[in-house]
Design a protein around this ligand. Sequence first.
Ligand SMILES: Nc1ncnc2c1ncn2[C@@H]1O[C@H](COP(=O)(O)OP(=O)(O)OP(=O)(O)O)[C@@H](O)[C@H]1O
Ligand SMILES: [Zn+2]
Length: 649
Amino acid sequence: MASEPQLEIIKGAKVLMVGAGGIGCELLKTLALSGFQDIHIIDMDTIEVSNLNRQFLFRQCHVGQSKAKVARDAVLRFRPQINITPYHANVKDPEFNVDFFKQFNVVLNGLDNLDARRHVNRLCLAAEVPLVESGTTGFLGQVTVHAKGKTECYECQPKPIPKSYPICTITSTPSKFVHCIVWAKDLLFAKLFGDKNQENDLNVHSGDADNSSKQMEDVFIRSLDENLEEYGRKIYDHVFGYNIEIALTNEETWRNRKRPTPIYIRDVLPENLPGQNGNLENCTNEGSPVSAMSSLGFKNSQDVWSLAESSKIFLEALRLFFEKRDKDIGNLTFDKDDQLAVEFVTAAANIRASSFGIPMHSLFEAKGIAGNIVHAVATTNAIIAGLIVIEAIKVLKDDCKNYRMTYCLEHPTRKMLLMPVVPFEANKSCYVCSETPLLLEINTHSSKLRDFIEKIVKSKLGMNCPLIMLGSTLIYEVGDDLEEDVAASYNRNLDKVLAELPAPIISGTIVTIEDLQQEFSCNISIKHREDFDEENEPDGMVLSGWTSAPTEKDDRIKSNGESSSAAIRKLDNADEVEITAGGEPIESGGLKRKHSEISERPDKEASVAHHPGSSSANQGMPQDIGDNEEDDLVLLDDSPEIGKKKRLK
Ligand SMILES: Nc1ncnc2c1ncn2[C@@H]1O[C@H](COP(=O)(O)OP(=O)(O)OP(=O)(O)O)[C@@H](O)[C@H]1O
Ligand SMILES: [Zn+2]
């Protein structure tokens, strides 16, 4: 129960929540029950059936409605006297500018993607409003506090980019099931059902450079009256049979690897097997999604299909796409919520896995890998929401010496389920909250301004509405209010190489980039470089400059000079840290952690190297630190003495 003065602070606070999903629902409820009376919520989504198992403010009848609005109505039913203002909108919309953010005492994030998190971080920095940031992945979760001038900002530590795989591992030498999944969704699925114009490296790299890509293209084109069964079998034989034969001709590749086995459909499924075509009636029921599994009578998504079963699903899913979803073909991108797409990708990945001697997986598992899904745990969201409120109250009391980043661990470690850590001070070389310039190595004679904007400014720097300047010369700007001829000249610049722009970007120049909405700008020093490694530097440009971690001693808020709080203490050994509690190092044995591990998130993203997927879920979370036989739950005191623990009986 909050003390009287604390309650007054809570009652007088105006808070902004971003995200009304898994964490957001718990958070809104906890805020309301803790006495908060003026809460604004932004969420751009509508409610989906798959949200209902954990987003407890929503019911079946709300499916399709705004999360922010339904969450508000649900909470007002038990706290009718408080003010909740919902916005069914993207936090990146221009209306949510710095002035909008300035009206709040604290901002609380319950988001699921890096892009929006970075955007909110910049607005909070510009508006000088503290941010409590959070994330969960299954049993893991964390809450961090970011206050300008007091702690590091959300972007002070570079966030690991989603794990991606070298293209040749995916196209030629898969060794794990995830490689087969990436191949099936990013290459095969994209080739058959996606945008025909996008680059797609389904070709097998063989010693025989003449592996005709012309022939390759022809195979995928379906003539208007081509029988779908025959078309499916042709694709099957091409990608699982012929391509593997070609790959095998490159002896060098297989010298130290297990050779794959080509698979042809005639060996797996005899032609025109009765019943093989599925039962179209079953899958045309109004309202139910088109599904190869239901068409073929497969019920359990946790079963691992045999090679023959995978092959049946492959052919059936392909047929259903062409017969039932023909309007989508050419525009599809893989979506984990698209049942037919998941079935197709699972089947294709399993057939490829079988060819390469890799264990096959169930649709349920494959979906998790393909969609980068770690199943959400409602309890973790509830714990994290509680911790957000605890930190928010400290922020409102300006109790910065007691701010904590708290990690929720999968297994209690040293009897701690929750690991509190003193926040770091700002990284002096953070390009977001300090003025340190970045360094970009790029071929200024061959890279176009368009590539620079897409790969660096938008993708790496997370800018929304960039403005690019060299000295006082504007090279590029976006905005609805631009005059036509100005907009046209900026557009012409997009296709020029950097060194040939009206103000040339060459080695030694410093480019200034600003995002007016985020009120954020940074400088990039340019260094010309002729060649890049295709495998390791697929963008053809390398951005660096803000990777250094904070330095020892001055890098974290001190608890009044005392050592009563948990802390991460840097060891002499440069990148190892030791987690300590109560000033005393927790007994050693499994607790020494590399700094890089502490700041890395669990990474299950599956994509090909040159298409890094979007990042979601947690950032900066410690991994499983080690099991402890005693599964005691340990709670943190609400008092500043975080080192003290209470045991739940
Ligand atoms: N740019 C954004 N603006 C506003 N809301 C956003 C933005 N990005 C994400 N969100 C919201 O953040 C919430 C995150 O919630 P959560 O992680 O539970 O995801 P979910 O979409 O509800 O569930 P799942 O992805 O697991 O199916 C979502 O409701 C989503 O709409
Ligand atoms: Zn920073």
